[in-house]
Design a protein around this ligand. Structure first.
Ligand code: SAM
Ligand code: SF4
Length: 470
């Protein structure tokens, strides 16, 4: 692959972003409340309005931000929460990212790339637990190119476990490819392509990306553009919080999202906001230069929800179980569960060895435990993949989302996939709680005809049919 940035778009202007942040300094309470009133209309926020919320320091107004985010999330997504698991395919990497345990100069890491058989075994374990949506994660190594990655995606789709399990959507988090490489992934049926800029601040970017392709800021900044050029219309962005000033990263994320919308008519499908976790062999990860406390991080999540109301927000198991509950309440729409962060981890009898992991996991509960807990919080777990399989992606998906589609289709599809999960994979305890919850959710549907149609489908699932969706 040839790295070429001749025609790259360079849309991050540091001075402009800082000017917005400074303009919003010490905002008056009335201004913060005006912005919150606009946010409640679910039309999103400008960079300046976002900066106003980020610059607020009055604790009581922070709680109003949380409350607005909670309401906007419920208004758009209802109580549904999408679940997925990451699957690490290789930890071989020739980049040197100062914060990551997979970096090339970490001599203590046990390097592994899964063979097809090992990958299929991992997939079967995940299928037998009830997972339907996977995020494949790769280190970057010249010997492991786009064709090989596309092949590993195919192995995942082709692996069907005896318990009738199948993976229905494969998302990918890998280093940026060229357009041709992205086309390989597109043709193999990629769901979402995910690439985090880590930091949008050039100087910091240079300091922490010491060598390898990843040292090229512009190549990475244009990754999602190239993915779109190759026909991948669900793309996902993120920043690694802890590297630089979070206010800057937030406005830069919004700039990136707006740039994609301008070019391709659709912004990111999802945004992730990993917070730096300790990673063995990566000293900086133990002491992030811009460590963020829990309150401020929750505020970041809430403000993202208000700024881009229709974009999915992904929370991973980097955060602890207790804290995840709080973050879900302020706007998260997707969570990973039962995650293991190294190649071969799901089939490893000696699971949890630090010498192969990318970073430490904060929430190590099983999928079943997470599901039970999510339900006890009043959220409806979903493994729905209908939109992707019916071609409701990219611009088309966003258009529908804005018309209240999520409540109309996603909620019933969540009920159907949850019922499948309960019948096929749940522990007796989770099944009992979950079945009651489904009845409560059905009873909440006011329109009698609609309630009856959805109830009939749930009955069909209970009678043995699978993979039904609207
Ligand atoms: N190698 C590809 C890349 O760098 O884009 C994809 C895989 S990389 C393992 C996925 C993400 O993990 C990175 O984009 C980064 O944001 C995150 N990450 C790396 N080190 C981390 C750490 N110590 N704590 C939390 N997240 C980390
Ligand atoms: Fe490699 Fe990605 Fe880790 Fe950087 S973040 S060292 S590119 S796996």
């Amino acid at each position: 692959m040839k790295i070429d940035t001749t025609n790259a778009h360079d849309f991050i202007n540091d001075a402009e972003i800082w000017a917005e942040i400074e303009r919003a300094e010490a905002p008056a309470p009335e201004l913060v409340r005006d912005v919150l009133a606009k946010a409640r209309e679910r039309k999103g926020l400008s960079r300046f309005e976002t900066a106003v919320l980020l610059q607020n320091t009055a604790p009581e107004l922070d709680y109003e931000i949380f409350s607005a985010a909670h309401d906007v999330k419920n208004g758009i997504y209802g109580n549904r929460l999408v679940l997925f698991a990451p699957l690490y395919v290789t930890n071989e990497c020739f980049n040197r990212c100062a914060y990551c345990g997979f970096k090339a100069d970490n001599g203590d890491l046990d390097r592994r790339t899964l063979t097809d058989e090992q990958l299929a075994s991992e997939v079967r374990v995940l299928e037998d637990l009830g997972q339907k949506r996977l995020l494949l994660v790769y280190g970057e190594h010249p010997k492991l190119g786009a064709k090989w990655m596309a092949h590993t995606m195919q192995v995942v789709y082709d692996t069907i476990s005896e318990k009738s399990g199948e993976i229905r959507r494969v998302n990918v988090n890998c280093a940026p490819l060229d357009v041709e490489g992205f086309r390989e992934l597109q043709q193999t049926g990629i769901g979402t392509y995910q690439c985090f800029q880590e930091t949008y601040h050039r100087e910091t970017y240079k300091k922490v990306h010491l060598s390898g392709h990843k040292a090229n800021y512009l190549w990475r900044l244009n990754a999602l553009h190239r993915a779109q050029e190759a026909g991948i219309d669900d793309v996902a962005m993120g920043a690694l919080f802890g590297l630089y000033d979070p206010r800057f990263e937030m406005l830069a994320l919004l700039t990136h999202a707006a740039e994609l919308e301008k070019e391709y008519g659709v912004g990111p499908h999802t945004i992730s906001f990993p917070r730096m976790e300790p990673a063995l062999g990566a000293d900086m990860s133990y002491n992030p230069p811009y460590a963020i406390n829990k309150h401020d991080f929750k505020k970041i999540v809430a403000i993202l929800r208000l700024a881009v109301p229709y974009t999915g927000l992904i929370l991973t198991t980097r955060e602890t179980a207790e804290y995840r509950k709080e973050l879900i309440n302020v706007g998260v729409s997707q969570i990973s569960a039962g995650s293991r962060t190294y190649p071969g981890a799901y089939t490893d009898p000696e699971y949890d060895r630090p010498d192969v992991q990318q970073f430490c996991v904060g929430d190590s509960r099983s999928l079943d435990e997470v599901v039970r807990d999510v339900v006890s919080q009043g959220y409806l777990p979903s493994w729905c993949t209908a939109c992707y399989r019916l071609g409701r992606t990219g611009e088309h998906f966003m258009e529908l989302a804005k018309k209240g589609f999520i409540q109309k289709f996603c909620h019933p599809n969540a009920l159907l996939t949850f019922d499948e999960y309960l019948n096929d994979y749940a522990s007796p305890e989770t099944r009992e709680v979950g079945k009651k919850f489904i009845q409560t959710e059905l009873a909440k549907i006011e329109d009698e005809k609609r309630r009856s149609t959805i109830t009939k489908r749930v009955v069909r699932i209970d009678e043995g049919e699978r993979d039904l969706y609207f």
